[in-house]
Design a binder for this molecule. Structure first.
Ligand SMILES: Nc1ncnc2c1ncn2[C@@H]1O[C@H](COP(=O)(O)OP(=O)(O)OP(=O)(O)O)[C@@H](O)[C@H]1O
Length: 253
């Protein structure tokens, strides 16, 4: 169960014994028709896949934590559970404060609407009022540096342009908890540096808790104080960023 509560506690996030089980079809089906026929004939079997296994950790308010792990190890699944996008199969996740989740590029956007309309749509999903977005629209557009593209449908945007809009909206105010997945990696190096500077500003304020996933270990070391290493669904290591990143690197040597 994922829950969001406002009571004061030194912890912004508590992950308690979380397990995530996905049901995967045991054979590959080529189309939806085949799927339904097998489903009706009761010939469809699923096997359980444990993407996360009994994970527990706590994150203090203002702490900056990096999640590392090889492809498919469960990092995004963990972030989605914390953001309340996925419900864990077992265990619970307690989150204190409002979350700005940057996890799935394009989630919360409608490709048929223009960029400007999407700013209002996505902003309302983040809990902003129309008046607030009116007042901050210029700031969002300016940060994204997409002044000339505001009336173009989002379906014509590149992934990097969409990432620019998504980051600009989510960080126009200081969130309590900022969750950043690999979404930023599609931005060009200049925009990535600009985002990193904004994240650094939040970190320096001391009030924002940041969870950060990146395959760039040097970026994790630069931004985070602590790192959590998840490997094939298991929590392998949790500690000071340099120690965890060194152990993570050493597994390949
Ligand atoms: N909706 C789903 N249904 C079935 N399996 C899923 C689903 N979502 C994720 N998985 C599986 O769970 C495992 C963990 O995926 P996840 O995306 O969390 O990994 P990750 O560590 O973020 O990987 P990467 O570094 O490649 O982004 C993978 O094996 C993936 O195939």
């Amino acid at each position: 169960m994922a829950s969001s509560v406002n009571e004061t506690s030194e912890y912004a996030i508590e992950v308690n014994d979380v397990t995530m089980i996905f049901n995967m079809a045991s054979e590959s089906l080529t189309n939806l028709k085949e799927y339904f026929i097998k489903l009706i004939r009761r010939e469809l079997f699923f096997k359980e896949f444990r993407a996360l296994k009994n994970i527990s950790f706590k994150v203090r308010r203002g702490e900056v934590v990096g999640l590392v792990g090889t492809n498919g190890s469960g990092k995004s699944t963990m972030l989605k559970i914390i953001a309340g996008v996925l419900e864990p199969s077992e265990g619970e996740c307690v989150v204190r404060g409002n979350i700005a989740p940057l996890i799935e590029l394009g989630a919360g956007f409608d490709p048929e609407l223009t960029a400007r309309e999407n700013i209002y749509l996505n902003g309302s999903l983040l809990g902003y009022t129309k008046e607030f977005i009116d007042d901050n629209l210029e700031g969002i557009i300016e940060f994204a540096e997409l002044q000339d593209f505001m009336d173009m449908p989002l379906k014509n945007f590149s992934s990097g342009m969409t990432a620019r809009i998504a980051f600009a909206i989510a960080t126009i105010t200081e969130p309590d908890i900022l969750i950043v997945d690999e979404t930023l990696s599609v931005g060009d190096v200049f925009f990535q540096e600009k985002c990193e500077r904004r994240i650094q500003r939040f970190i320096e304020s001391g009030d924002v808790t940041v969870l950060f996933v990146s395959h760039s270990i040097s970026q994790v070391e630069r931004i985070c104080q602590r790192a959590i290493w998840i490997e094939k669904g298991d929590l392998r290591m949790d500690g000071p960023v340099n120690e965890v990143c060194e152990a993570y690197r050493n597994q390949f040597n």
